[in-house]
Write a protein that binds this ligand. Sequence first.
Ligand SMILES: *Cc1c(COP(=O)(O)O)cnc(C)c1O
Length: 402
Amino acid sequence: MNRRDLVKGITLLPLMGVSTVSMGAAPSLPAERDFFKELGIRVFINAAGTYTFMTASLMPPEVVDAIRVSAKQFALLDDVQDKVGQQIAKICKAEAAMVTAGCWSAMVLGMAGILTGMDDKKVALLPFPEASGMKSEVIVQKAHANGYHMALTNTGVKIVMVETTEELQNAVNERTACLWFLNREASVGAIKHEAWLSLGKALGIPTIIDIAADVPPVENLWRFNEMGFDLVCISGGKALLGPQSAGILMGKKDLIAAARLNAPPRSGIARGQKVNKEEIIGMYAALDRYVKLDHAKEWKAWEQKIALIDKTVKKVKGVKTEVIVPPVANHTPSLKISWNPDLTTLTGEALGKRLRDGSPSIEVVSWEDKDAVKVTVFMLQAGEDQIVADRIAEELEKATKG
Ligand SMILES: *Cc1c(COP(=O)(O)O)cnc(C)c1O
């Protein structure tokens, strides 16, 4: 097989029913060095979702190619951020954008930019904003404070919790640097997006939103820029399938420029959150691929996988299923599989362990105190839905009493 045949073969793979996510190495290729095997690292089928501890997502060929190609030449890191930032901003309808080391890093850098502006002296003084007369407080709704808000404190700011509009207005003072909003918890906080933005505008305080895991839908990439948030932070390595160590900070031009002042190649609090040209360009390739996808078709493919697993596991006596689609954050179909504890000897955790210890190893979401597991399909590679379905059915069948 010559190189041209190979390239042709690769572009044809999706038509042959191979997921565009799979690496799709042709059988005639020389064997790749298998580092996982060599190092004795367990690999598994990911039927759980985009969890950092499970290395989250697999980069599609477009992203891996972008990384490989951009590893071959030097460029100025600032030039790479400038040009990629312009393209990302165009796609996401933001004034400006930059690639960060994940959504957490986007929040650190966005916060730092708000505090320092374009003042190099202030950049050098973080994480001690108060000592140098910078603003030093961030207002957060209590219902939104689920841990990720702590990223902001990397800059030295204090978190001020509020629950109502009145509490927010009373909490604002000359030290208030910004209002942080967590999109995932919008429904449980008393103050919604529009009200949050109006308060920010009225008080002259910038607003920042965390939408880390909130595509799909694809429209969320621009929705919050258009709504008027000054800064928007998103993960690169969740459903976008970019590098796991990348994310995007986008929003107002002056704030992105100030965030860049706090980012590598310059020193400062985010020096340890370096993204190099390969990840920056990989992030761009992932975003470019994602916005061009046929999202309705993707959704249908996920539903088909869910249907196949559903049909297979329900053949086991006492097994019930429920399709769950989180309304926001990891908004993709998942299947809750539960069973009658009087008929089956397994807990959810015990089934999870059997799947993990089996061959191939499979990860699902499981609980110690529930007779259920949850399966998410958007990280499954071609053909893995059948394997997952068969293994779950097999273990439940084995554990059925009588
Ligand atoms: C995943 C996540 C983050 C962190 O994102 P990284 O890209 O892993 O840094 C922040 N906020 C929320 C709500 C998340 O789900």
